[in-house]
Design a protein around this ligand. Sequence first.
Ligand SMILES: Cc1cc2nc3c(=O)[nH]c(=O)nc-3n(C[C@H](O)[C@H](O)[C@H](O)COP(=O)(O)OP(=O)(O)OC[C@H]3O[C@@H](n4cnc5c(N)ncnc54)[C@H](O)[C@@H]3O)c2cc1C
Length: 380
Amino acid sequence: MSSTAWDVEELIGTTRRFAREVLRPVALAYDESEEFPAHEVRQAAELGLTCYDLPVAYGGGGVERLSDAVAVIEELTWGDSPIAMAITQVGFFAAPVLELGTQEQQQRWLPRCSRSDVPATAMAITEPQAGSDAAALTTTADRVDGGYVLNGDKKFIGNANIADLCVVFATVEPGSRSKGITAFVVDQQDPGFERGRRLPKTGSRCFPAGELHLRDCFVPEDRRLGEEGQGFSGLLAVFDRARVQLAANSLGIARAALDEAVAYAREREAFGRRIADFQAVSFRLVDAKVKVDQARLLTRHAAALADAGEPFTSEAAAAKLAASEAAVFTTWAAVQTLGGAGYLRDSLVQKWWRDAKLDEIWDGSSDIMRLVVARSLLGR
Ligand SMILES: Cc1cc2nc3c(=O)[nH]c(=O)nc-3n(C[C@H](O)[C@H](O)[C@H](O)COP(=O)(O)OP(=O)(O)OC[C@H]3O[C@@H](n4cnc5c(N)ncnc54)[C@H](O)[C@@H]3O)c2cc1C
């Protein structure tokens, strides 16, 4: 719990040290064990890193400019992406509460998110039959005396199997697509809220994702965020910021992989020369560097627009698209550069390759990002 805002330079320095000294050394072990990194989340919370971007009024670190947040996320993720996700997950719960909730609702939940015993939180939109097409979700919220009864199944939800608090998106008007979508805060203790199965993943393995089930789950009216039917527009606003943050996540992974590949290429010898002196190797790494630098500029541009209060939907999508693809290319290039050593399970580059792929899928796949940019470029 903080009572003053972070100095941003100090925060970036603290994050960089934490990533290097705490996260990087344990990254591979967590990937193998798939255990939730509770100890590191607790350490980060004690330093104020879990809630650095929440308002000071709620005990957070007050870093509300997206331009600052992306710098912090890139540093944290350089240490390890899935542990960074576990550390910053509370921000993804807070985002719809800040976007749609009343001051009273923010006061109810956000100070809890700023404590060192930070709750496990989730945001549940996706369902077995509704992913990219979020407006097709079928979880229902039926009005009853004093509140709503929620019914439905959610899938691919980060933290699902451990969530204490969750923002659930449901519809009050089935069949009306985005028109009926409404957000609710659901507590793990609510009867009918069931944490489901944890899903095995290819990468990002210590940050769990799984299923949630709502079975006649009653939530009182004061847990509804915003008005009925406001959930979808709130969600789009949340997505815009989240996509820029996710771009920063990809940049952290990509920078880590490039650092590793460059160091290896300078040392490793073949045919009597450093492999860095072979053009095939150096050009591959140059291509990676250019992609990463381009993606960082797009990410900073989207963040700057957001901070200036300008529309940034298309720019956020472009940043996520470029950064996630840069991360997949760079991690692949790093594995290739390390050769056999990069393919072993004890090498970080193969882990980053698997971690990076997720960023091309969640929070809107690369196809959906292209769709968003196409709408802005070409209209529809
Ligand atoms: C590890 C993980 C964690 C996640 N965490 C969360 C979470 O916390 N909360 C949450 O709500 N969701 C979460 N998700 C869900 C994630 O956002 C979805 O997986 C993603 O939006 C894609 O949906 P889908 O998997 O159903 O794919 P689909 O929508 O079925 O898409 C399948 C393929 O079709 C393509 N496609 C679909 N529509 C179009 C189109 N119009 N044009 C072109 N191509 C198209 C897609 O790009 C993709 O390649 C998570 C997913 C994963 C894997």
